[in-house]
Design a protein around this ligand. Structure first.
Ligand code: B12
Ligand code: SF4
Length: 483
């Protein structure tokens, strides 16, 4: 059986994605690694649309008679995925075509209603769903037994039971399936000769429950991989490729101190690259996870170069509005704790969050000034994205029900519409969305400018990335809300 797993090329209007194409697509790699251990008779191609154009992907599809194609989609590449699905169906109507991801999980109904070339949508974790779908195609099980599957049945959309993947069954990510040189080459161009990074994933879900009002995750609870197995995987690739940086992409890497401690001991027992300072570590973290000195000490044992903290706002009222479960007091303590211990912070903000007014915008600027005086020198200030499935998206749908039926709505439209909902009171801005948009852009530029003018950087990749952005060279403009 021939399978294509593909992250389609992003549409032109969304092409300035920070860090895009630097590392292989982890979601598809997890699925492919899982399938490889389950079947001897499947051939899997993985395509990364950050490295291949739409036309090149079409050629690949024409040249291979794939039995199944799975696209990983978000709002930046969904339109391309539809074009590719239509193309692939024309080439071979028997090819089964589906998509998955957080975006797809929240949009399965709209996707299956509007796009006839799509046969299925995977909801939530994809490993077992894809495995079972193959078993269904092989005639081993019935379609009703494929968990996490949405599909059409006699014109009706059906959703099979949704199951959370037990991460104890997570197989090691198989980087041998990828031509890594293509990625290391780009890393070299962007970040210099001495940079070699791979990303890994140790957990799923986020400790913040319910999720932040803007967060596009499909909410499925927090889960950890076995710390020892994970350490073996990270140590193996760190040694094999002599990595200079490891980036764990989980959202709550630091949530369980016991897990973190075991992982660190297991990793350092297998490689001395972290303890000898040859390889650095980077992860996301919530500020409240960075208050304890024993946690910071473990991060030092892992030779942490940087933590990425989603501060989002410098105003307690806004933080409450978005359900961040954090306040400025925690932020100041965590910032001091991290910076005083010699670890860098990649600080992320979002402007235009629910309840934003003149006072909160001023507060964000004051807050950034205070962080700079504490030593912060990396910042990214993002525009609010309105992602399907989030409370802010639902607000739009309440007011504009026709949006709920569509699988394609330009992000720019959603970004304007959200400001017309009752989440916002624009009277500080002459009740005008345009005036508000100008003001948030100006605020974002001021926040980023403060850091830049203090010899800092607005691109998040630490000193490697100072003033550099893979998509835009030196251009440092207002980015979308990003991870
Ligand atoms: C790494 C990452 C990136 C990297 C991707 C690089 C890479 N090479 O992988 C970069 C920095 C480029 C990136 C960019 C963006 N990202 Co991003 N990113 C992530 C992050 C941190 C990890 C993703 C990951 O690998 N997870 C681990 C894997 C195993 O889990 P997974 O992705 O959920 O995949 C599972 C399922 O979703 C499903 N699945 C996924 N694909 C498929 C396909 C099929 C066919 C099937 C059946 C199943 C399936 O199965 C997988 C295995 O179980 C997530 C947050 C998170 N921690 O998950 C955000 C996240 C995915 N990103 C997000 C966003 C918004 C963006 C940007 C739009 C931000 C921006 N404006 O710049 C861009 C757009 C992406 C682009 N055009 O490249 C959102 C997506 C929300 C949404 N609903 O779409 C997330 C969830 C962050 C958030 N909390 O909101 N991102
Ligand atoms: S934005 Fe970050 S902290 Fe908030 S719910 Fe999403 S992953 Fe968790």
């Amino acid at each position: 059986m021939k399978i294509l797993l593909c992250y389609p090329t992003v549409s032109e209007e969304y092409s300035k994605i920070r860090d895009a194409g630097l590392t292989p697509h982890l979601s598809l790699l997890c699925i492919a690694s899982h399938l490889k251990t389950k079947f001897d008779d499947v051939d899997i191609d993985i395509i990364d649309g950050h490295h291949m154009s739409y036309e090149e992907i079409c050629k690949k599809i024409s040249a291979n008679n794939y039995d199944v194609i799975g696209f990983s989609v978000d709002f930046t590449n969904y339109v391309t995925s539809v074009k590719l699905a239509n193309f692939a169906k024309q080439i071979n109507p028997d090819t089964k075509i589906g998509c998955g991801s957080n975006h797809a999980s929240n949009m399965y109904n709209q996707i299956l209603t509007n796009q006839k070339s799509y046969d299925f949508v995977g909801i939530n974790d994809g490993e077992e769903e894809f495995e079972q779908y193959i078993r269904y195609l092989k005639g081993e099980i019935k379609i009703e037994e494929v968990t996490n599957l949405a599909y059409r049945d006699n014109g009706q959309i059906k959703v099979n039971p949704i199951k959370t993947f037990d991460l104890k069954k997570h197989v090691p990510v198989n980087y041998e399936m990828i031509d890594l040189d293509a990625y290391f080459k780009i890393q070299k161009e962007v970040f210099g000769d001495n940079f070699k990074m791979l990303q890994f994933t140790s957990q799923r879900g986020c400790a913040n429950h319910p999720l932040c009002a803007f967060c596009g995750r499909f909410d499925d609870g927090m889960r950890f991989r076995d710390p020892k197995q994970y350490a073996i995987e990270v140590a193996h690739y760190t040694e094999k490729y002599q990595l200079t940086e490891v980036w764990d992409r989980s959202d709550s890497f630091i949530q369980s101190v016991r897990w973190l401690k075991t992982f660190t001991e297991e990793l350092n027992a297998r490689t001395d690259r972290f303890s000898s300072g040859k390889t650095t570590f980077k992860t996301y973290s919530r500020a409240d996870q960075l208050l304890r000195q024993d946690v910071i000490d473990i991060l030092k044992d892992l030779h942490f170069r940087m933590v990425f903290i989603g501060y989002e706002a410098g105003d307690n009222r806004i933080l409450k509005n978005i359900g961040k479960h954090a306040n400025l007091d925690t932020y100041y303590k965590a910032t001091r704790n991290v910076l005083d211990n010699g670890i860098d912070i990649d600080a992320s903000f979002i402007v235009g969050l629910p309840g934003e007014n003149k006072e909160s915008l001023e507060n964000h600027i004051k807050f950034v000034k205070n962080l700079i005086s504490m030593g912060l020198d990396k910042i990214r200030v993002n525009r609010l994205l309105v992602l399907p499935g989030t409370p802010i998206y639902h607000k739009i749908v309440e007011q504009y029900p026709e949006i709920a039926k569509k699988d394609i709505v330009p992000m720019e439209d959603l970004q304007r519409l959200v400001f017309t909902t009752d989440l916002y009171d624009l009277h500080d801005f002459n009740n005008s969305v345009d005036v508000f948009l100008d003001k948030i852009t100006e605020t974002a530029n001021t926040m980023a400018g403060l850091v830049e003018n203090n010899h800092g950087a607005t691109e998040g990749y630490g000193h490697y990335g100072t003033q550099k952005n893979i998509a835009t060279g030196n251009e440092l403009t207002l980015q979308q809300q990003g991870r």
